[in-house]
Design a protein. Structure first.
Length: 156
């Protein structure tokens, strides 16, 4: 009986279904947000919340100038990547693309609920009012695609 190793390389990677992409985004805790302004790229690791239609992010409010905020405000379309890698056939990656918009004060309850479901929080997040010390953004998932290796499976 053939093993995964015996399959041609094109048969060892698969497009993920919309359901698999959704499940992967609900499972992941962090990824890399990629931004670009005037031909200059900037990528930053971020934790996120996924609501089924897009991704929420929280940024620490900068004191003066922030490269991350300069880029997010100047980016027309962003990309966010999450990935898993165990072996050469047990891997997956998901890419979400779309515009990023600021979260207004009335959107913070949903942002906090959504982020609370699957985000990982670094120690910079205190128990103070998040709207005072942080700014929120939402990446509208106009496109979400994924690929996986033949042995990859998310636990239900």
């Amino acid at each position: 009986m053939p093993t995964t190793e015996d399959l041609p390389s094109e048969e060892r990677r698969f497009e993920m279904s919309a359901r698999e992409v959704d499940q992967a985004l609900r499972t992941a805790k962090h990824g890399v947000l990629s931004l670009a302004v005037d031909g200059e790229a900037y990528a930053v690791p971020m934790s996120f919340g996924y609501d089924g239609e897009g991704l929420y992010f929280i940024f620490r409010r900068p004191a003066a100038r922030s490269r991350k905020l300069e880029f997010i405000r100047g980016t027309d379309r962003a990309a966010f990547v999450v990935s898993w890698l165990t072996t050469k056939h047990d891997w997956a990656s998901v890419v979400v693309e779309g515009p990023v918009v600021p979260v207004e004060d009335d959107g913070w309850p949903e942002l906090l609920d959504t982020i609370g479901e699957n985000a990982w929080f670094p120690s910079i997040f205190s128990e103070t009012d998040p709207r005072k010390d942080f700014v929120g953004y939402y990446l509208v998932a106009e496109r979400a695609t994924g690929r996986r290796g033949a042995d990859f499976a998310l636990e239900e």
